[in-house]
Design a protein around this ligand. Sequence first.
Ligand code: ADP
Ligand code: MG
Length: 954
Amino acid sequence: MTPSSALPSAERPLLERDAELAALEALIEAAAHGDGRLVIVQGSAGIGKTRLLTVARTFAAGAGFRVLMARAGELESAFPFGIVRQLFEPALARAGADDRLELMTGAAELATPLFAPNAGFEAPYPPAEPSFSILHGLYWVAANLALRQPTLLAIDDLHWADEPSLSWIAYLARRLDGLPLIVVAATRPPEQATVPGPVTELITDPLATVIRPSGLGSEATAILSSERLGTHPDDEFVEALQRATGGNPLYLTALLDSVAAEHIDPSSGEAERVLAVGPQVVSRQVEQRLAQLAPQARALVECAAALGGETPLEHAAALAKLDLVDAASTASALVRFEFLRSENPIEFRHPVVRSSIYETIPLGLRSTMHRRAAELLLGRGSRPEKASGHLLATFPAGDSFVSDTLRAAARRALEHGAATPAVNLLRRALDEPPADDELFAVLVELGSAEQLVSGTDAVKHLATAFGLPADQGSHAALAIRYSRALWLVERFEEAVRVVHDSLDELDSAAPPLREELTAELIGASWADERFYDLAVTRLAEIDEAGLVGGVGTDRLLALLSDFEVRRGRDRQRAVALAERSLESGTLIRERDLGFFSVSAVFIVAGDLERVGSMLDGTLLEARRHGDAVSAAKLVTLRSLVELLRGNLAAAESDVDEGLELSSLLTIESTRFACTARSVRIALERGDTDAAADLVATLERTKPQPTAPQEILLRDARGRLALLQRHPDAALADFLACGLAARSAGIENPAYIPWRSQAALALRALGRLEEARDHASIELELAKIWGEPRAIGAALLALGLSAEAEEGIDLLRAATEATAQSQFHLEHARTLIELGAALRRFNKRSEARQNLLEGLDLAHVCGAAPLVLRANDELAATGAHRRTVLYTGVEALTASERRVAQMAAEDTSNKDIAQALFVTVKTVEMHLSRVYRKLGLSSRTQLADALSQPALKHP
Ligand SMILES: Nc1ncnc2c1ncn2[C@@H]1O[C@H](COP(=O)(O)OP(=O)(O)O)[C@@H](O)[C@H]1O
Ligand SMILES: [Mg+2]
């Protein structure tokens, strides 16, 4: 056979692509000016996607772009972030040390573990679940590059891309606006993708521009034909070509080559026979030509096909057991025979050629080749995750090299937050199967990885592991993991039993483990009322003095403190325990669950200042580490502190961010808490409609059947109903709230003042005596706990439902109590209620005095309905209404305020964007609106403008 003498394919002029090229040029030009975009070129194999991508690269380079390139390979979809690495590794390697440092600073630093050769995650306290922080970090790597020079990310064969890279592209697509960064990706239809879901999502994303090159028309077909066959074709032949190939240039040229090679006259009937082959033409040609190859050439090309799309010649030679000189000349022959486009690295003329060759290799042989390929790659310094793609293509054989490599790859995948690939690798490792003494570890690793993906699968594998013999430490650690997995799929009873039984089996020789297990047992049992007593018994058994230190100890102290808070007996003790639990610093540093319960302790104990600064500090750390999950939880908790302190605007800005982040990360429990908090804030702000919508959202979300969520829902809905003058509905909710609270041992009115709320509902129903009963019980309990705001709230409810004079005294006492607290909003409320009551009894001057004081405070809090009410009452005393002036700060939205606050603290736009997990463009947009609303002309004026209270008096 004579090799074709036609031009190498890449140099043939592109036919009939004017529209596509014009679109690409326009998009690239727009991107140069900050109009970043995701562009997807979609079409079947051979339609001309790669060629379009090449032109786009050339054009962008000419327009001054930095061009970064990646191509997915069929065997590499198991390699997490393979595409991302291909894109950035060369650029980072090229950058000098200084540049590299600059590119990888700030949030981009979060992505460093990905680029560190064979190093693990080195951040001192990585977030428990690094997936988001890596995405976020990678986004900033791309943004930093683009902010220095307009950048094109060109990705070919996206249909074979690994899932983490695809997630990242989706993440990036939402953040391209405002960046001189364009992503152009070529893909076959999603049905042909290795992971079809994410590819479909990208293609259907309204943010993506999709270009679909169509088959070549008759004119282009005629040109190709005359170019290849040397004669002008007649119309019939052109039509036949088009019928056979749909105008697909790859198949067209291959068919024409066949016609030429067989010296067939295009107008003869024989041409029909050749054309009838259609798209199969490439594999037919490949088979025919393979048969003509010398054994050595055949071996080399098969090995190259098994190794994948683009391979160093050396690897293929080694796999084919050829020396490099022989391999090089053989490879050159393969180029002449049009199998290959280049010999080193070996690159096939087209992926279809590669897969056609691959298909001819018998299955069993393929498996052996892949096993050897993996060994070879590892031996030459490849990362295990790169080698593991080959191992996934082998038949299970009880080979410990296979299972060990797969496990190593999975471990690294997990370090990079790539849970799904890790699960796939570990499932295959389990199928191998691993050696008996490794089985336990593999099952635990698999179950733990699955926990990040699918709760039910996790439970299955952890259960199997739990049945296997293991040393005490491993067994105990597994018990904790398994119990949490059960908990997440709402199998509470088993969750409790697992830790309970393990604790029984553990001998006393392992106190730190015992403590961790005990903490787990208590934590698992007391969110479910059926096990509440068990939790209490275990708590009572704790020997506080004998705690040995370590995370188990800290968690136990936090639990003890939490318990004290629920019972509401001894405030000093609760606070002391909370302080002790924080002493070692572990809970804070790891943003452990215990940290959140301890923060709640300080809130209920009334120390808002302390908890406020604690949350601020921890939030700063979470932002620095890209730990968006903790950031979401922290702002949600801080919103409560701000609400209680009476900083309604700040509370709003926190719930706003909490809702954004928890939706982005799909953390349902945080989203639920945040929504409930928004209801309360909206009510204090006077936005009843918004509150009603939010309550509807809460009802739509299926709450977990746990006391905390039940309490949140009932409390929020009850307060809304009370304001909407549906006291019976409100009463029902508050009573249900109380039931839920007591089922979890919560007796403390400072924790949830359901009785005084119920009293207000009863009062509205005219059932004064019952109202007083509820309020007095609450007052008793509040006095035992001794936190002034709780006492004030109970006194307020009691005073409002009491008889004339006595009521006024109670209200006076209420204002005195709340005056001592840090709960300014509650204080404003008691002052205004006292003023109103005094007015009803015609004590005008004392009424005015309290109303004015309350009104001022309500102003500062931004509590519009209280201000209105105070003004109405003032008018009723015959005094003038207070005129309220807005400083303009009031007009800021929560996000604007959040951004403005940080800008006022001298943080750069980029740093703000990184800390808030948004884009620089978003920050700029917010800030420009802030300037307009506040009438500012420069950033230096911000701090002053913001430090004024939202409302001021003339
Ligand atoms: N518009 C075109 N005009 C002429 N030849 C083309 C055109 N588009 C693609 N080709 C040729 O068709 C073959 C397949 O193109 P390629 O870009 O590799 O397709 P894909 O990436 O979609 O599989 C290549 O040989 C290429 O040169
Ligand atoms: Mg291609």
